[in-house]
Structures are given as structure tokens and as C-alpha cells.
Design a protein around this ligand. Structure first.
Ligand code: CA
Length: 224
């Protein structure tokens, strides 16, 4: 799961990102409306947390623009108590929900789960492929009675491979979804992490293999 946080209060944005990372979500932060819109238009997110009062472009304009362009990513508006009018406008513009600041961690996570579930994005169902299951709560990959703990990035890569089972996941997609846009120095790490995952699949005696499609990316094989 990848979540975009569009919020100009950097302290709040970073605190939210830290909470979400702990829950194994990937996050990107945009500190103004225009950047938020640019990121959101890539359609690479499962949920967007969108502040209303933002520099360069306000949240409601960002939201309208996204919906006009056909981006249906669930959007949860972050509003101050005084912005009741904005909340109503926001829901009219196509927001899925809103959170009034300050909000608790539990409320934030519950709203994200609800918003993504409504759009049919499975948030807390353990992904399965062939003989392996990913345990989201424990961060483990399980095969029969064997299990192994995956690092956060390993887990996200495996999740991405499973959700795209039958298709090739490009290297670019891994980089965008897992490392985000800020860091291009980690491009080659995709290969390194794939090799970690291959070792762990072998350790589990799984029949699943990560195949290389040279010059394109990776895909899972061995479900049958
Ligand atoms: Ca703000």
C-alpha cells in the first residue's frame, strides 16, 4: 500500500508518515498543492491524505482536478475544526472521507482502511500466491509450516509482485512504489532485494520463483 500525504505543516506530515511506515505503508510527502497534484496524477497511490489549506493550490482544487482527470484514488481530507464548509465542499468534490485535526493514530488508520476497502483495495487481507502467504501483521512470508521475517522493503516488493501476479513488474515501478521519487541512488537496489527474496523463497522450500525478464523487470512463477 502506498499513501500520498499532501500537507504543508512538515512536522505533521512527517509524524503521519512515521506512523504509516510503522504499519508497513509506503509514503510520499508533498508540501504544497501543486506538487501533491503532480504526484497524485501518476496514479501510483492507494490512498491520498489531503490537507485543504495548502500553498500554491488548495486541497479542494487538487481534488477536483484529480477527479476530472479520472483519478479515482481514495482521498481523505485533513481539515481544521473551523473548516466545516470546506468539508461539505470536499465531499461534493469527490472526497471519500475527512479527518479533523488533531486526530488520533487509531482514527487515522481506521479511516485509511475504510476508504481503501470501499474502493476494493484489500488492505488487511494477507496476500497469497501459489504456496506462499504474506502475513501483514507479522511481516512474515509463510510457506506451509515454514516462515521467514521480511524486511520492510522486501515485504513491499513481494506484495507488489503478488498483486501483479501474471504480469511483469518493471524496475521503474518498484523504484517508484517502494523507494519513492526522492532517491534515485537506490535504483540498483531492486536487484539486490530480489536476490534477498530469492534466497528466502529457497529457504522456505517454496515452489515460487522470481523470474527476471531481462531489460523489463520481474514476475512470479510457480503457482501451479
Ligand atoms: Ca495547511
Amino acid at each position: 500500500m502506498r499513501i500520498l500525504i499532501v500537507e504543508d505543516e512538515t512536522g505533521l506530515a512527517e509524524a503521519v508518515a512515521a506512523i504509516l511506515k510503522k504499519e508497513r505503508y509506503s509514503t510520499d510527502i508533498a508540501n504544497d498543492g501543486q506538487t501533491g497534484l503532480e504526484y497524485a496524477l501518476t496514479d501510483d497511490y492507494d490512498c491520498i491524505l489531503l490537507d485543504i489549506m495548502l500553498p500554491k493550490m488548495n486541497g479542494l482544487d487538487v481534488l477536483s482536478c484529480l477527479r476530472v482527470k479520472g483519478i479515482e484514488t481514495p482521498v481523505i481530507l485533513l481539515t481544521a475544526k473551523s473548516e466545516i464548509e470546506d468539508k461539505i465542499n470536499g465531499l461534493d468534490c469527490g472526497a471519500d472521507d475527512y479527518l479533523t485535526k488533531p486526530f488520533s493514530t487509531g482514527e487515522l488508520l481506521a479511516r485509511i482502511r475504510a476508504a481503501t476497502r470501499r474502493k476494493g483495495i484489500p488492505a488487511d487481507i494477507n496476500p497469497k500466491y501459489g504456496d506462499i502467504v504474506l502475513d501483514i501483521k507479522k511481516g512474515e512470508m509463510i510457506c506451509g509450516t515454514n516462515s521467514v521475517v521480511l524486511g520492510r522493503k522486501e515485504f513491499q516488493m513481494m506484495e507488489l509482485l503478488i498483486s501483479n501476479a501474471g504480469n511483469v513488474v518493471t524496475k521503474d515501478k518498484f523504484v517508484i512504489k517502494i523507494w519513492g521519487y526522492d532517491d534515485d541512488s537506490e535504483y540498483n537496489n531492486v536487484e539486490v532485494y530480489v536476490s534477498f527474496l530469492r534466497k528466502k523463497l529457497a529457504m522456505l522450500n517454496s515452489r515460487i520463483q522470481i523470474k527476471t525478464r531481462r531489460g523489463i523487470g520481474y514476475c512470479l512463477d510457480g503457482a501451479r
